[in-house]
Design a binder for this molecule. Structure first.
Ligand code: UDX
Ligand code: UDX
Length: 445
């Protein structure tokens, strides 16, 4: 099938490449000329394991191409996926201006039946607004009654891709969710996803949109739940890792998303929790549970900062080494990463920050100021009064800690992801602090 993808970000690009991988002919468009020029040269502007070889393979076989023209993509495609950004506004609402803008541009160039699919995460009732926008912006000849108005459909098809495993998540999804208004739209989407041989849930658009917000918000709720538990563990001397293991063996709960730490970040959870709270408020429901999930997530970073201050006493002029900047491992994405708030708070106290991340430093250089970026964890450790582990990259597991200890001014580690909890850092000569590992950090505070 001829498919168009509008927006070649983390989601749009993976979706386009993987749709080509399962046999479709895909054109991807973006308004960012630099990004499209890179992609046309086979350069992938994001770090996503496994994406680049697939992109190059399908560009060679002419199944995948890139364009700057929404007109070209619209007229050459039967199905168009909208995957443009839906960032948060100041009040937490999702900014849908890009979605509206793209919907108008598609409508203006439509010359035959199209199925327009929401891939971006949007609040419930957005599909209805896209439908109205397209109807209002169809070419004049389809609106003056001389010709039957052009037939089209809008559908919701939310993505559940995790950055760092997005290709695998696309190719082996737990389910595909489609929210449709017609049998034709359902049949087209069933045909698109047929090669995946996965469960397809068919519902209306509002339900499909809500499944996405509800899924992300529930995952965020699990994270804030275990983070709240980690605070209790620090007070009563319990071990949050064992609690997560004990809870997770209950099939109804499941072990995943029960890793305590400095909390969730990224371009989805913070934005989607905010947008869901706002959507609920506007629909007349005060989603207090979700407000608490957000509050706990923010408080976890404050608690981590308080722990550092408790142990270092004066932060001014202290040199702090940050291991990991990305919001999670296996990505270069630093959007809403906990490292942003933590580093800026420490700098406000006069601390000097050094940082290392295997993939995110290029993007971080545009955001962090007065941070000394280092070439490896050993250059990072030199002269540090402490290290903060903020992103649990695999390569941080097998460091030479004796060498690190000798390079540091003081061998103190604050582990924001409990990454070294089972490596007995004290025996290696470190003063070690995790989150919820039974240290009575709060009693001393
Ligand atoms: C985006 C949304 O933020 C997320 O909620 C949704 O789940 C998937 O799409 P992401 O791919 O990470 O996620 O966004 P981003 O990396 O910002 O990429 C969006 C792309 O759309 C950018 O390349 C941007 O240039 C492009 N875009 C944006 C357009 O081509 N046209 C526009 O009008 C606006
Ligand atoms: C998430 C959803 O998982 C995915 O389905 C959706 O499509 C997009 O948003 P992503 O944001 O890429 O994916 O990463 P994810 O692996 O979900 O982690 C999100 C954040 O939660 C990260 O900051 C991670 O560090 C944090 N996290 C995750 C925890 O703090 N504890 C956990 O147990 C799991």
């Amino acid at each position: 099938m001829n498919i168009g993808i509008i927006g070649t970000g983390y989601v749009g690009l993976v979706t386009g490449v993987c749709l080509a991988h399962i046999g479709h002919k895909v054109i991807c468009v973006d308004m960012d000329k630099e990004k499209i020029n890179q992609l046309k040269r086979g350069i992938v502007p994001i770090y996503e394991p496994g994406l680049e070889p697939l992109l190059k393979k399908y560009m060679r076989s002419k199944r995948l191409s890139f364009s700057l023209s929404i007109k070209e993509v619209t007229q050459k495609s039967t199905v168009l996926f909208i995957a443009v950004g839906t960032p948060s506004k100041k009040n937490g609402d999702a900014d849908l201006s890009y979605v509206e803008n793209v919907s108008r541009q598609i409508a203006a160039h439509m010359n035959s039946y199209k199925l327009i699919v929401e891939k971006s995460t949007v609040p419930a009732e957005t599909g209805e607004k896209i439908t109205r926008t397209i109807r209002l912006n169809l070419p004049r000849k389809y609106k003056q009654g001389k010709k039957a108005s052009l037939d089209f459909d809008v559908a919701s098809n939310p993505e559940f891709l995790r950055e760092g495993s997005a290709v695998e998540d696309f190719m082996s999804p737990d389910r595909v969710v489609i929210g449709v208004q017609s049998k034709k739209a359902e049949e087209l989407l069933r045909e698109i996803y047929k090669p995946l041989k996965t469960k397809i849930i068919v519902t209306n658009m509002n339900s499909a949109e809500l499944i996405k917000h509800a899924s992300n918000s529930f995952l965020a709720t699990k994270i804030s739940f275990i983070n709240a538990l980690s605070r209790i563990c620090d007070k009563v001397g319990a071990d949050v890792l064992k609690i997560a293991e004990g809870m997770g063996l209950d099939k109804r709960i499941g072990r995943s998303f029960l890793d305590a730490g400095i909390g969730y970040g990224g371009s989805c959870f913070p934005k989607d929790v905010d947008a869901f709270i706002r959507l609920s408020e506007k629909s007349g429901y005060d989603f207090k549970l979700l407000q608490e999930v957000r509050r706990i997530n923010e408080e976890q970073k404050q608690f981590f900062l308080k722990l550092i201050e408790d142990k270092l006493w004066i932060l001014k002029n202290k040199t702090i080494g940050v291991l990991g900047l990305a919001f999670k491992p296996n990505t270069d994405d630093i959007r809403n990463a906990p490292s942003l708030d933590i580093i800026s708070a420490l700098q406000k106290e006069g601390a000097k920050i050094k940082a290392y991340d295997p993939q995110a430093m290029e993007k971080a250089k545009d955001v962090f100021h007065d941070v000394a970026f280092c070439k490896d964890p050993y250059a990072l450790s030199k002269g540090c009064d402490c290290l903060l582990l903020l992103t649990e990259w695999d390569e941080f597991k097998s460091l030479n800690f004796t060498k690190i200890k000798n390079l540091m001014r003081h061998a103190i580690i604050f582990d924001g992801r409990n990454f070294y909890a089972n490596q007995n850092m004290e025996e290696l000569g470190f003063e070690y602090y995790g989150l919820g590992l039974g240290f009575n950090t709060e009693k001393s505070g």
